[in-house]
Design a protein around this ligand. Structure first.
Ligand SMILES: [Zn+2]
Length: 244
């Protein structure tokens, strides 16, 4: 499928677009001293592509090369989950319930939950980024409290708790006792989130997934963690569609 594409260089910045089947796909261009060749990858955050190229490479030629890979781009984009911007009217899951974002003109910027609505005022165009920031802060607070409380109950010590947005895992535990979670755990039912916390705490005892680890996981959680794991397998990927 050659010849259906067209390269567009945006003015004013280093980013560009390629046209795939008539649809403009944004390309974030990154020049790197370490890059020895062109490299095309999906831009998970932006929903488009990332093109890295050597510092002195010709951008137009690199974009032409990217365009030649439109078959690959098409198949990769098709695999991407749908995206939902956390804007006014959007319904999203939070800690086991469904909330609808409700932007009210002239209302306070402070975000608050009122029944099954998430209310906020402030600038309409910044609703998405502000809701996202609020969710990450809430995730960090809840996961921090829960991790330390569960650790205390089990004579364990957590060095620090942080949140990020990894694509393929829900938590990680370092040998120094610091734990990082996906902020998206706040979108899960509480029992799923707690099972993930117990999983990372069990890694403070066993840095593997041995039978001893699984026994510790179950003991720390106080129940069978398998339903939570099954829930994440079934519904976890869909939680990645929410963007700010
Ligand atoms: Zn693990």
């Amino acid at each position: 499928m050659r010849g259906t594409g067209k390269i567009i260089l945006s003015t004013g910045n280093s980013d560009a677009e390629i046209l795939i089947d008539g649809v403009a796909v944004p390309v974030r261009v990154r020049r790197s001293v370490r890059a020895k060749a062109y490299r095309l990858s999906l831009d998970q955050a932006g929903g488009g592509l990332r093109l890295s190229l050597p510092v002195r490479a010709n951008l137009k030629r690199a974009l032409g090369w990217a365009q030649e890979h439109e078959g690959w781009v098409r198949s990769q984009l098709a695999k991407q989950p749908e995206r939902t911007v956390l804007g006014d009217g959007v319904v999203f899951p939070l800690e086991g319930r469904q909330l609808q974002i409700c932007w009210i003109e002239g209302a306070s910027r402070t975000i608050r939950i009122d029944g099954d609505r998430l209310l906020l005022g402030g600038a309409a165009e910044s609703v998405g980024p502000r809701v996202l920031r609020w969710l990450k802060l809430r995730a960090k607070a809840v996961l921090e409290t829960e991790s330390h409380a569960m650790a205390l109950d089990n004579d364990l010590i957590v060095a620090s708790v942080g949140v990020g947005d990894p694509r393929s895992r829900w938590g990680s535990c370092a040998s120094d006792g610091s734990i990082r979670y996906s902020w998206r755990l706040i979108l899960c039912p509480p029992e799923v989130r707690r099972a993930t916390v117990a999983h990372e705490l069990a890694h403070l005892l066993h840095m593997d997934h041995s039978p001893a680890f699984h026994a510790a996981h179950k003991r720390i959680l106080g129940s069978d963690p398998r339903p939570a794991r099954a829930w994440l397998r079934a519904h976890g990927a869909a939680l990645h569609r929410f963007v700010g």
